[in-house]
Design a protein around this ligand. Structure first.
Ligand SMILES: [Zn+2]
Length: 151
């Protein structure tokens, strides 16, 4: 990373810190990213990280409070794509992750619902977000669906 962009982002942060109290009521974008640069979902620990592989399949790993990967136990994760091509992916256990056998629909720019259940009998927690797969143009370096930049 270039020094200039670091300095710029420091100034951006300062400007945001000053501006923030005035817009405290605005809904803050509180995206957290996991170790693989995926989107960390706000469940109880262990928390799932939603990550899309290069082949467009979905891979979810779970992290404990110390940020260590823990193998999935009875968690169930379903991903529903709600674009022109609707698709429901039920993730299956593979080593220390839950993965989809099939890829997400081609392209991006459609909404996803990620349903997480602690076990097959519990109600799902639903996480809805826009799936944009290009790398963020800001400083975080994550795909846009897991962008943690403030702007
Ligand atoms: Zn970003």
């Amino acid at each position: 990373m270039k020094t200039k962009s670091i300095i710029q982002s420091v100034f951006t942060c300062l400007a945001l810190a000053i501006a923030l109290p005035a817009m405290a009521d605005d809904e803050a974008k509180e995206v957290e990213a996991g170790k693989r640069g995926g989107r960390l979902l706000a469940t109880e620990s262990p928390r799932p990280e939603f990550f899309v592989e290069k082949d467009h399949t979905v891979s979810v790993k779970f992290y404990d409070e110390d940020g260590k990967v823990v193998a999935p136990a009875n968690q169930q994760v379903t991903v529903i794509a709600t674009g022109d091509e609707k698709k429901k992916l039920q993730l299956e256990k593979k080593e220390d992750a839950l993965v989809s056998a099939e890829p997400l629909p081609k392209g991006d720019g459609y909404n996803l619902v990620v349903q997480v259940r602690p076990n097959a009998d519990s109600k799902p927690e639903n996480f809805r977000f826009l799936f944009l797969n290009h790398i963020c143009g800001g400083t975080c370096g994550n795909p846009e669906y897991a962008c943690t930049c403030d702007d």
